[in-house]
Every structure is written in C-alpha cells, then in structure tokens.
Design a protein around this ligand. Structure first.
Ligand SMILES: [Zn+2]
Length: 286
C-alpha cells in the first residue's frame, strides 16, 4: 500500500512538473533588473510569464550583469529596467534595443546635481519609492505585456487595476497620518527617500549621496549631528541590507531613535515592505 501511495505521488509530481514546464514554454520571457520592477511583473503578470530578475542580493547601485545572465537577456522577449544611471549597463547586452523598456518613462522625476559633469541632466533613480510614480512604472509594464501577449490583456488589466487600488489605499491612509505631523525631517544612510518625501511632504537628509557614494568622514558625521541638534530631528533610518556603522555612531551620540528599514532596492514584497517602511517613519516622527 505504501509503495502504491508513493507511486501515486511520483506520477502526480511528474504530471505537475510537465504542466508547469509546458505552460512556461508558452509564456513570454521577461527579465527585470531590480526588485521594484520584479514586483511589478509579479503583480501584473503573476504566473503567465517566465520571469527572471537580475539583482536581489546586492546594492542596485553596483549593478553588474553576471555571465550566467547574458543568455537570459539575449533570449528575453522584454527587459524591464529602471534607467537613470542605476542599471543602464544592461543595455549593452543586446543589440535588439526595442525589447528594453525603461519603467520610469513618463514619471515625474526629481532632478539632481551631477558633481562629475554639470552639463549633464541627472535624475534620482529611486522612483519606486513614490506610490504615485510606481503606478506609472506599472502602467509601462502593463502596456508592454499587452503588446507582447494580447491574448491575456484582460488578465493583465484586471491585475494592474488591483495593483493601483492597493497603492492608492496605502497612499491615502498614510497621507492623512503624515499630514498631522509636526516633525517632518529624518536622517538616512543614503539619499534614497526624495520621492517618498515629496509624496508625504517630509524632509530627508543623508550621509551618502543618491548613488550611495560619498565619504562618511568625521566632518560629515559632525555636520549631521549638528543638523539633528539644530532642528531637533527625532528619527534616523538605516538600510536593512547595508552597513549602518556611521548612523549607529550618530544615534549613540545624539540619543535619536534609530530604525532599520527596507527601501525595496534589493529585495522584499513591495507592498508589504512599503507599508512597513511608512509605518516605521511615521512611528519615528510622531
Ligand atoms: Zn539607492
């Protein structure tokens, strides 16, 4: 009897495997470069596409295409990338430029100063941290999926609408909370919160720049400590997946509340982590 049951499981398993692989062979092949783009495809396409993400485990600002990913890029029907100098290197890995879609296209971007080349227009790449702009990124994903796979248009559209509804609900809930705050400024590790700050009328100062570069020398640390004391800042946030040595020094020195958060750059389910992020900032400031 035991053997019979085991046989049944083996057959069921083989049946499942063959179903999954045949479905995947039919679906379009999608590559994403960053965690926010990966989440968009997950929300909108769910299991209708073959999805491969290039960066989960490291800082997106050091984006590199690994040798094992080159073939995936070549074989992909579409590559959703962020652009704005975050992951543009991916463009070098296929001659077929039509299959690259910059998800931040059409978003209301925040201009930044480029210290290396002042004649060049540069923009903050952390667009996903605005729910308003993340919806635009989602629309770019939706449009391309429909263009490639018209047959599933209704499925993608229904999922996109649910995604928009979820983003709006979170935005409206927290907008009300943040409106009542007196203290609106917080300190972070690298300058990734400009879009979130714009959505919720907050102010963010940081040790490192937009690209997570810069020097945390004693003068910089002292100037952040001075800002905290002058403005009576109540919150310091560190990156969950980065080293936060300097922030801990500053927190110890000033006694200011310190929290580690996920800015979604490298991993995590978008809405789950975004809500946690908003709630940490709100709790720290209220
Ligand atoms: Zn960043």
């Amino acid at each position: 009897m035991k053997r019979l049951i085991r046989g049944f499981f083996v057959i069921s398993f083989l049946f499942l495997v063959s179903c999954t692989s045949s479905k995947n062979n039919e679906g379009i092949s999608v590559v994403t470069t960053t965690n926010p783009n990966y989440n968009l495809v997950k929300y909108i396409a769910q299991d209708k596409v073959d999805l491969h993400n290039l960066v989960f485990d490291s800082d997106s600002h050091n984006f590199e295409v690994k040798p094992e990913d080159v073939k995936k890029i070549e074989d992909a029907d579409v590559i959703f990338y962020n652009g704005l100098s975050l992951d543009d290197k991916v463009l070098d890995f296929s001659k077929d430029k039509d299959k690259f879609v910059r998800t931040t296209k059409g978003a209301e971007l925040i201009k930044i100063e480029d210290h290396h080349d002042e004649s060049k227009e540069s923009y903050d790449p952390h667009v996903w941290l605005s729910l308003k702009e993340y919806k635009i990124m989602g629309k770019n994903v939706l449009d391309k999926l429909i263009e490639l796979d018209e047959e599933n248009k209704d499925f993608y559209t229904k999922n996109y609408n649910a995604f928009v509804e979820r983003a709006d609900t979170i935005y409206n809930n927290y907008k009300r909370d943040f409106e009542n705050l007196v203290n609106r400024e917080f300190i972070s590790n690298h300058a990734s919160y400009n879009y979130l700050a714009r959505d919720f009328s907050l102010i963010n100062s940081s040790i490192y720049d937009i690209n997570n570069h810069g020097e945390a020398n004693p003068q910089n640390i002292q100037s952040i400590i001075d800002i905290i004391k002058q403005k009576n800042i109540k919150l310091i946030v560190g990156d969950e997946f980065d080293s936060n040595k300097e922030l801990e020094i500053i927190s110890n020195e000033t006694g200011v509340n310190y929290k580690e958060v996920n800015n979604l750059e490298s991993q995590g389910d978008f809405f789950t982590e975004y809500e946690k992020l908003l709630s940490s900032i709100y709790d720290g400031l209220k």
